[in-house]
Design a protein around this ligand. Structure first.
Ligand code: URA
Length: 428
C-alpha cells in the first residue's frame, strides 16, 4: 500500500491495520517515507485519534525500529518510573537509588528538558563529570554493581521516536494522546523492564492541564503497557505548583540530595516514597522478612544516598567537587502578609527558562547554576517582605520580564488556604 493511501485512511477516520502501521514506521525509519508524509499522518492521527489496538501497534512498531534490551541481560527484578514532565520534578533522581536500595533494579532512560519542563539528564549533568551517555556495557555493569543507572536515549533505542518527536515538535502534533503514549512507551518498553510506574502530571505546568485529559493519557499508557505484557500502574499528580522548593538543574540536585538524606520538602519527599512503594508493589519486590521493603527507612539510614553516590561514581561524576552556584541570589519579597493561594508552576517554569535553566530549542546550551529556590508552597503563611522565593541568576535575563513573571506567579490570600492534594488519582 502506498504511504498516501495509509494517510488517506486515517484522514477519513478509518482504523489502520497492524501491517499499515508497521510498514509506515519502517519506511519512516529507513528514510523511504519522507518527513512530509509522516507529518501528514501525525496530523491525521492528531485529529482522528487511534484506538487501543492501533496505539499498541504504533508503540511496538516504534520500539522495534531500534534495539530492544532483553530483560534477561539484566539480573534482578527490573522496574522503572516515567513522569510526563513538570516544573521542579526531580523525583527520578532520589527515586532510582531508593528503589535500588530496596532490592529492585532500575534501568532508567531519561530525557532532557524542552520548553518549560526540566529534564533529568540536564539536572544530572550539573554534577561535575557525570556522563549520561554510557556504553551498553557500562550501563549493564552499573546496573549489576549498583542496581540503578540513569542514562540518555541512545541512537539505537526507538530511533523512529527520536525522528518523529522532533517532527511533531515543529508540526504542532505533540499534544495527541496516541502519539504521546507511543512515544513514551516505545522507549520505556525497549529498556528491558518487567514493570513500570507512570507519574502523569496534571495542571498548569504539565502537558495535561485538566483531570479528564490526564486520565485519558494515564489510561492510554496503562492499556498499552498491559497489552505489551508488562505490569503498569499510573498515578495522576498535581502540577499546578512546582514540586518541592527548587527549580533549576543544580538546585534540584541539591534538593534530591536533601531527600536522599531523609530531609527535603515534604511534598517531594512524600512523592518519592509513594512512587517507590508503587514500584516495589508492581514489581512484587519483597524484603528479607517477606514483606514489602520500607523505602522511608532507606532514606533515613543513608543506604539510598550511598546508592546514589555509587551510581554517580560509575557515571564518572564527582559529587565532592561541588555543584555550580550562580553569581547572584536575589529574594523576591511578598507584597503583603497572608497565605499563599497560588504558586503557578507555568509562570515559575517560564521564569526559570528566562534565567537560562532550560532551552528554547534542543540545540541551546543551558546554565546549570541558575533557577529558583526556597519557593513558598500553597497554604503556607508569609509576612509582608518575607521572600516568596530566591532567584539564582548569572545576570543574563531580562530583569523586568522576570520580575513580572514571578510577581504574577504568586497570589496571597487573607484567609487560610488548604494545601491541595498531590496525588489526584491512581489508574491501573
Ligand atoms: N514525552 C515523550 O517522550 N514523548 C511525548 O510525546 C511527550 C512526552
Amino acid at each position: 500500500m502506498l504511504p498516501q493511501w495509509i494517510i488517506e485512511k486515517k484522514r477519513d477516520g478509518a482504523e489502520l491495520d497492524t501491517a499499515d502501521i508497521r510498514a509506515f514506521i519502517a519506511g519512516y525509519t529507513d528514510g523511504t517515507i519522507p518527513d512530509y508524509q509522516m507529518a501528514a499522518l501525525a496530523m491525521a492521527i492528531y485529529f482522528n485519534g487511534m484506538n487501543a489496538r492501533e496505539t499498541a501497534d504504533l508503540t511496538v512498531a516504534m520500539m522495534e525500529s531500534g534495539k530492544v534490551i532483553d530483560p534477561n541481560q539484566i539480573s534482578g527484578i527490573k522496574v522503572d518510573k516515567h513522569s510526563t514532565g513538570g516544573i521542579g520534578d526531580k523525583i527520578s533522581i532520589p527515586l532510582a537509588p531508593l528503589v535500588a536500595a530496596c532490592g529492585a533494579t532500575v534501568p532508567m532512560i531519561s530525557g532532557r528538558g524542552l520548553g518549560i519542563t526540566g529534564g533529568t539528564l540536564d539536572k544530572l549533568e550539573s554534577i561535575p563529570g557525570y556522563r549520561v551517555g554510557l556504553s551498553e556495557q557500562e550501563f549493564f555493569q552499573t546496573l549489576e554493581k549498583v542496581g540503578c543507572s540513569m542514562i540518555g536515549q541512545t541512537a539505537e533505542i526507538a530511533p523512529a521516536d527520536k525522528k518523529l518527536y522532533a517532527l511533531r515538535d515543529v508540526t504542532a502534533t505533540v499534544p495527541s494522546i496516541p502519539l504521546i503514549v507511543s512515544s513514551i512507551m516505545s522507549k520505556k518498553m525497549a529498556e528491558g523492564i518487567d514493570s513500570l510506574v507512570l507519574d502523569v502530571k496534571c495542571g498548569s505546568g504539565a502537558f495535561m492541564k485538566d483531570i479528564e485529559s490526564a486520565r485519558a493519557l494515564a489510561k492510554g499508557l496503562v492499556d498499552t503497557g498491559v497489552a505489551m505484557g508488562k505490569k503498569v500502574v499510573a498515578l495522576i499528580t498535581d502540577m499546578n505548583q512546582p514540586l518541592g522548593r527548587a527549580v533549576g538543574n543544580a538546585l534540584e540536585i541539591q534538593e534530591s540530595l536533601d531527600i536522599l538524606s531523609g530531609n527535603g520538602p515534604a511534598d517531594a519527599q512524600g512523592l518519592t516514597i509513594t512512587l517507590a512503594e508503587h514500584m516495589l508493589r508492581v514489581a512484587e519486590v519483597l524484603d528479607l522478612g517477606g514483606g514489602v521493603s520500607n523505602p522511608a527507612l532507606h532514606l533515613q539510614d543513608g543506604t539510598a544516598l550511598q546508592k546514589f553516590r555509587q551510581m554517580v561514581a560509575c557515571h564518572g561524576g564527582d559529587l565532592d567537587a561541588g555543584l555550580p552556584v550562580a553569581s547572584n541570589q536575589i529574594p523576591l519579597p511578598s507584597p503583603k502578609s497572608g497565605y499563599v493561594s497560588k504558586a503557578d508552576a507555568d509562570a515559575i517554569g517560564r521564569a526559570s527558562l528566562l534565567l537560562g535553566a532550560g532551552r528554547a530549542k534542543t540545540t541551546d546550551a543551558i546554565d546549570h547554576a541558575v533557577g529558583i529556590s526556597d519557593l513558598k508552597k500553597i497554604g503556607e503563611r508569609v509576612e509582608e517582605g518575607e521572600p516568596l522565593c530566591t532567584i539564582h541568576s548569572n545576570g543574563h535575563e531580562d530583569e523586568a520580564q522576570l520580575q513580572q513573571l514571578l510577581e504574577s506567579a504568586f497570589e496571597i490570600s487573607d484567609n487560610t488556604i488548604e494545601p491541595p492534594p498531590l496525588i489526584l488519582e491512581i489508574v491501573s
